[in-house]
Design a protein around this ligand. Structure first.
Ligand code: 5GP
Length: 209
């Protein structure tokens, strides 16, 4: 029987650097990043099906009705949702899947996926967070203020997560997440059936593959 992959939920305030960390994690590790659906307009350079599935509000709400999302949330006036079937398919094939989603979405996933790994990305400081959002340059003044105000509130939800990772440098943050994943793969509740089933003893490949 193929061992189910690990669902890794990465969230945290806008500007904490979740996107960059996820890209680097994908480069260095064998895992999938779930592509979300959104009703927000594409930013320059964003590609449909790669960065997001860009949908109209009607298309999105139809998918909500058809229960196509593992979770969905309204974030800064737009809808965002995680397609359920592709995530389930990858997990069942034994692949680790990363969701880079907002805090409301992460909390909904936590209700349904008890063995998920929930990681909160923190900026080194709030001032640094502000500078990162400004530097990104993709926001209007209004959206920038909204994102910054939300960041203050969102940090209060950190206690709902399993791990907190400060994004001081991308390399450090990615190394910490890789360490978390190694520890998660060793957790007895993930591998106990394999240990108990094993007639041959604790063979490395049997436990972790
Ligand atoms: P952005 O518009 O900057 O790409 O994303 C805005 C926020 O929406 C980010 O915090 C991002 O993590 C979150 N987000 C992206 N995809 C999803 C999703 O499928 N579900 C939820 N709940 N949030 C998402």
């Amino acid at each position: 029987m193929t061992k189910r992959g690990i669902l890794i939920v990465i969230s945290g305030p806008s500007g904490a650097g979740k996107g960059t960390i996820c890209k680097e994690l994908l480069k260095r590790n064998d895992c999938y990043l779930s592509v979300s659906a959104t009703t927000r307009s594409p930013r320059a350079g964003e590609v449909h099906g790669e960065n997001y599935f860009f949908l109209s509000k009607d298309e999105f709400l139809k998918k909500v009705e058809e229960k196509d999302f593992l979770e969905y949330a309204e974030v800064y006036g737009n809808y965002y949702g995680t397609p359920k079937s592709s995530v389930e398919e990858k997990l069942n094939m034994g692949h680790n899947v990363i969701l880079e989603i907002d805090i409301q979405g992460a909390l909904k996933v936590k209700e349904n996926v008890q063995d998920g790994v929930f990681i909160f990305i923190l900026p080194p400081s709030m001032e640094e967070l502000k500078q990162r959002i400004i530097k990104r340059g993709s926001e209007t003044e209004e959206s920038l203020m909204l994102r910054f105000k939300s960041a203050y509130k969102e940090i209060n939800y950190i206690s709902k997560y399993n791990y907190a990772v400060v994004n001081d440098t991308v390399d450090n943050a990615v190394k910490k997440i890789e360490g978390i994943l190694i520890a998660e793969k060793c957790r007895v509740d993930r591998i106990k059936e394999k240990i108990l089933d094993s007639k041959e003893g604790l063979i490395h490949e049997q436990l972790y593959d």
